[in-house]
Write a protein that binds this ligand. Structure first.
Ligand code: ATP
Ligand code: MG
Ligand code: MG
Ligand code: MG
Length: 551
């Protein structure tokens, strides 16, 4: 590509509203422009990088057996009514009406749409497992669009959805996706960690976030200094759980309706219930899986003034996204009811700030536990017993999620199992923020002069610069090299502009192409200078061995 007529509008000045490096550099190096708050155009250079990220994702997803499709960005409201998310998703969902006054949403995510697609087609266990994905534009009317591509209102996401007939099948594809994500982010040269997004302490295994380590990350992650343990602090309350003493146990009485507790618990998932008291918000977590012995039930109460929060209020208070919370909405209602009943008949009390619950000792989960609710701290022992907790900032570049039957139940996506019994399909969803990855790579790969692209993502491998395009010998050699390199099918950007050398070099630093070939004073001797962007190292090379050097 000749730079003289290539659309790369570089900027000398740092744009005013760009607070972080990736935002500044992508604007300055001419990779993108803003059209409205949180809404961007990818210019030719930016678009090549975006495509390279997409191709890595496609390659790894296809290897994992996923099938690519493309769904509409515009979705009928009826589907969102079926799952209750038309209301729950709140103002983040962009809505519009057609000329007949029918409601539509611009897709913030595609669980509803894809469930409606498969429910008519996948009706037998024989047709599963199925894993589908798309790479597509998503819309979220973020409260605070900022940091350029990191939090846009229109952005590009890879979203995948799995359909299985058994828990084992879902576990399997989930694990395959975790490995696939690691391969993708490694190929993008990101320094990242998969973190448990629910409480690490209660062994949450239904969702992992992939966090790229970066000072500008909005999340804090807690990880072990010695093992692979990592959790999102925002979502990782520590349960200091201990078994109630005999005396304490005597005080404990039955919780109403243990049957419904049991049913929920048997699903082997973590449930959240939120209560607002006079002075604090209390979160109730339950799970039938726990790292501490056989303790299967943990409740948190400040029982004097218990009133359930709306999901929106809880999300606000706990600083988690509605999307995450809405998945638990069903359980929130069930547990809020139970807890209120229990409090009303005096079976739950709290005088010390500690909390407890007892479940019917005729049952097989007859454990009473006390628990303190606090956030994980730096220096805490890691829950897996290996090393200490360290904090770091992270950017969420992807998330994998076992949805279970949340969508198939509400949308009636069922199949017949081996015995002809009708069951809801088990689903998982797997997202990657493609455009967010682009900005994150720049956050992790730059220096004071500009971007330093990893080879796997660079828009070109070689930046060929003719120092003085008015000099005949230089011009002639540059043109010759340009065609030699192109003939080798190597991507090359050729700076043939009649700009000053200083301008060309600083633009080149800004753009960040890995290998620079400078055709200068020694052109008439057939010698050029090669400079490596990353290390700054430079050396002279005779023209006839240039291809060897590039390879
Ligand atoms: P966040 O916590 O940052 O708001 P999210 O948890 O709401 O993200 P998901 O619903 O998990 O996002 O979407 C999958 C992926 O899409 C995220 O892991 C992230 O990489 C990307 N993503 C989400 N929101 C945005 C956005 N506003 N701009 C760019 N990428 C985004
Ligand atoms: Mg998130
Ligand atoms: Mg969000
Ligand atoms: Mg997420």
């Amino acid at each position: 590509m000749r730079q003289s007529n290539y659309f790369v509008p570089t900027l000398r000045e740092v744009p005013n509203d760009a607070e972080i490096v990736s935002h500044q550099l992508l604007l300055r190096a001419g990779f993108m422009r803003q059209n409205a708050s949180g809404i961007y155009s990818y210019l030719p250079l930016g678009f090549i990088v975006l495509r390279k990220i997409e191709e890595i994702i496609r390659d790894e997803m296809n290897k994992a057996g996923a099938q690519e499709l493309l769904m509409p960005a515009i979705q009928p409201a009826e589907l969102w009514h079926e799952t209750g998310r038309w209301k729950l998703y709140g103002p983040e969902l962009m809505r519009l009406k057609d000329r007949h006054n029918r409601d539509f949403a611009l897709g913030a995510t595609h669980e509803e749409l894809i469930t409606s697609l498969v429910r008519d087609e996948i009706n037998s266990y024989k047709k599963m497992p199925v894993l589908l994905y798309q790479i597509q534009t998503k819309y979220r009317d973020e409260k605070r669009p900022r940091f350029g591509l990191l939090r846009g209102r229109e952005f590009i996401m890879k979203d995948a959805y799995s359909f299985d007939s058994s828990e084992e099948g879902l576990d399997k594809v989930y694990n395959v996706m975790v490995e696939t994500y690691k391969a993708i982010f490694n190929r993008c040269k990101l320094n990242f960690r998969p973190v448990v997004a629910d409480s690490g302490a209660i062994g949450g295994k239904d969702t992992h976030e992939f966090m790229a380590l970066s000072e500008v990350g909005e999340d804090t992650i807690a990880y072990s200094s010695e093992s692979d343990f990592a959790a999102n602090v925002e979502m990782a309350p520590v349960l200091d759980v201990y078994e109630a003493s005999e005396e304490e146990q005597k005080e404990l009485q039955l919780v109403e309706d243990p049957e419904s507790q049991r049913e929920s618990l048997e699903k082997n998932r973590i449930h959240y219930t939120f209560f607002e008291t006079d002075d604090k918000c209390v979160c109730l977590l339950t799970s039938n899986e726990h790292v501490v012995n056989e303790i299967k039930v943990k409740h948190y109460f400040d029982a004097n003034h218990v009133k359930p929060l709306t999901v929106e209020e809880a999300a606000e208070k706990l600083n988690v996204s509605l999307h995450d919370l809405s998945l638990f909405n069903k359980e929130i209602e069930i547990y809020a009811d139970n807890a209120i009943k229990a409090v009303a008949n005096g079976s739950l009390t709290d005088s010390t700030g500690k909390s407890y619950v007892n479940v019917n000792p005729d049952r097989d989960f007859n454990i009473a536990a006390y628990a303190d609710f606090r956030m994980i701290q730096e220096g805490d022992p890691s829950p897996d017993g290996q090393g200490e907790i360290v904090f770091a900032r992270g950017i969420e570049i992807g998330q994998v999620f076992k949805l279970g039957t949340r969508y198939s139940e509400t949308m009636n996506a069922t199949f017949l199992d081996e015995n002809g019994k009708s069951k809801p399909i088990l689903m998982g969803c797997y997202g990657i923020g493609v455009s967010r990855v682009l900005a994150t790579v720049v956050e992790q790969h730059h220096d004071e002069k500009g971007i330093v692209w990893p080879v796997s993502l660079s828009p070109f491998l070689v930046h060929l610069i003719s120092v003085n395009s008015k000099n005949e010998a230089q011009k002639e050699l540059s043109e010759k090299l340009y065609s030699i390199i192109q003939n080798e099918a190597i991507d090359v950007l050729y700076d043939d502009r009649s700009e000053r050398a200083g301008v060309k070099f600083s633009d080149s630093d800004l753009i960040g192409i890995p290998i620079r070939i400078i055709v200068g004073k020694k052109a008439n001797e057939g010698i050029v200078e090669v400079k490596i962007r990353k290390t700054g190292e430079s050396f002279e090379v005779p023209v006839n061995s240039i291809i060897e050097v590039i390879r």
